[in-house]
Write a new protein. Structure first.
Length: 507
């Protein structure tokens, strides 16, 4: 870590224990103690107990695939969501978890439209999934998802859709649900893997996704915009060229503070991250071009039956700080023979990207331990926060833990890797019985396709699918969460140095 950046990171890090965790603004960081140049700051860990992780969903049926967001107007207001089978329909449906007191108490509710529940425009669909959340500056929360039927029910007149639910009360109730785009037959056209972003300058809401058509032979990345708080949406506007982007998937959209809309996705034909941007609110898009080459990890990692797709995530610095405008893209990469989290950065609005990628996980390269499913967010001061699944903590590289990493120098260094999951779990147990029940022959594990991280100026909030409560037959995965608090109230900087010298990195 460079000395200039180290002067900024003169704080200790505390993993907030239990449900009493709360957001607060820290005091100014103390000055570096003299005579200690070049020593990396490692987290000061205080009171690590089994309550450091807490469940958001604990029903008897599986939950997986989560996203989270902090209200930019109220740092105590956090909303998370996941695919959850704990509902009357007993099929996957989006649940949402909301706190207004910084994590002391949480609600667990279901987006309306599920079978046996209150009606919405989603009524008639059997499944909803793939949550993506965004806040505007007026206390509105937007939750995007995919709705579909596992079998084509012709009598409904529709087989799948992209939808957005809106809450006008900070996530207490998502009572407005709108269809962004829908298709009549799964075999002819399927809408998948959406993402959502909100322009905090003008309130525009953007959704990107993949339309698979012609029996999945063609994949098109598209974007739709709402200018009326999610009530209505524009027709899908094609971003990716049909002939050049067969096999495109995993679009990720973000908006900078100049209202430029940026989108990245994976092209499966070339194993590259492709990029495009719009400077006219999504009406037109720049030429699609590859910006990052990758070595994708196997669809099933060694010792794992659960799927592990490789798809990029993105965050943009809109803080007005020294790295304002930087675009960060992270993904899991298999170039060393096991999976690592890599980061690429553009400092010129996507025109050029660093050719030497930054390795986020700090274990020994090529040691056989896999890190995968990165989630990324920037906090108010421009720090780059990531979380990911991590198998370094199991000597057999089978059981999964959760790691948090942070860079304070614009993504140049990630010397801090902090284990936040206090229990390792076997991802092979996640969802087994239920995927077999719904998809015959699908007796494999499932932990979703992504994780969720949110942050404000002093706290990172992490959510993930966790199989600690799963038995060999029940497949009961849950959504767990943890908070990492940056503070100088818990232990001095000298305490942090002492912790490093006593325990070394990784403790």
């Amino acid at each position: 870590m460079r000395k200039a950046a180290m002067a900024v990171l003169l704080v200790a890090i505390t993993v907030l224990a239990g449900l009493s965790a709360m957001f607060y603004r820290p005091a100014a960081p103390p000055a570096r103690p003299p005579g200690r140049p070049g020593i990396p700051i490692w987290p000061y860990i205080d009171n690590v107990t089994n309550q450091d992780n807490f469940p958001l969903s604990t029903g008897p049926r599986p939950s997986a695939e989560t996203h989270a967001m902090v209200n930019p107007r109220d740092p105590k207001n956090i909303v998370a969501s996941s695919n959850d089978m704990n509902n009357p329909s007993q099929d996957t449906w989006l649940h949402y978890y909301t706190t207004k007191d910084g994590g002391k108490t949480w609600s667990d509710k279901i987006v309306p439209g599920y079978r046996g529940g209150p009606p919405s425009v989603l009524t008639g669909f059997g499944t909803s999934c793939d949550p993506a959340i965004g806040f505007d500056l007026n206390n509105n929360v937007y939750l995007a998802g995919v709705g579909y039927n596992r079998h084509t029910y012709v009598h409904t007149g529709r087989a799948n859709c992209i939808f957005v639910a809106r809450s006008s009360d900070g996530g207490d109730n998502f009572d407005q649900v709108s269809i962004v785009h829908q298709s009549m037959f799964n075999q002819m056209q399927f809408n998948d893997k959406e993402w959502l972003a909100v322009d905090l300058q003008n309130g525009n809401v953007y959704v990107t996704w993949t339309i698979f058509s012609a029996g999945n032979l063609i994949a098109t990345i598209v974007c739709s915009r709402s200018t009326d708080q999610g009530r209505t949406w524009t027709r899908p506007n094609k971003i990716a060229d049909l002939t050049a982007d067969l096999g495109a998937q995993g679009s990720f959209v973000a908006v900078d503070r100049n209202s430029t809309v940026h989108v990245v996705w994976r092209d499966f034909n070339t194993d590259a991250v492709h990029y495009s941007r719009s400077t006219d609110f999504g009406d037109s898009w720049s030429a699609v071009r590859p910006v990052i080459s990758m070595v994708p990890q196997p669809y099933n990692l060694p010792n794992g039956t659960y799927r592990t797709p490789t798809m990029p995530v993105m965050a943009i610095d809109s803080t007005g700080g020294p790295h304002d405008g930087s675009i960060y893209v992270a993904w899991n990469d298999y170039s060393t023979g096991d999976s690592d989290i890599l980061l690429a950065v553009s400092r010129d609005l996507g025109e050029t990207w660093n050719e030497t990628y930054v390795r986020v996980n700090n274990d020994t390269a090529g040691n056989g331990a896999d890190q995968f499913f990165p989630a990324m967010v920037l906090s108010d001061q421009g720090w780059v926060h990531l979380m990911f699944y991590d198998r370094r903590y199991d000597p057999n590289h089978t059981l999964i833990g959760v790691t948090y990493a942070v860079s304070v120098d614009g993504g140049q260094n990630f010397s801090i890797n902090l284990r936040v999951g206090n229990t390792l779990f076997d991802g092979n147990l996640g969802g087994r019985a239920y995927w077999t029940e719904m998809l015959p022959g699908g007796d494999v594990g499932f932990v979703g396709d992504y994780l969720g991280i949110a942050a404000n100026n002093n706290t990172a909030f992490l959510t993930w699918c966790d199989c600690r409560n799963a038995g060999p037959e029940d497949g009961n995965s849950d959504i767990y969460a943890s908070m990492v608090v940056f503070a100088d109230q818990k232990g001095s900087v000298n305490d942090t140095y002492n912790h490093l010298e006593k325990y070394g990195p990784g403790r």
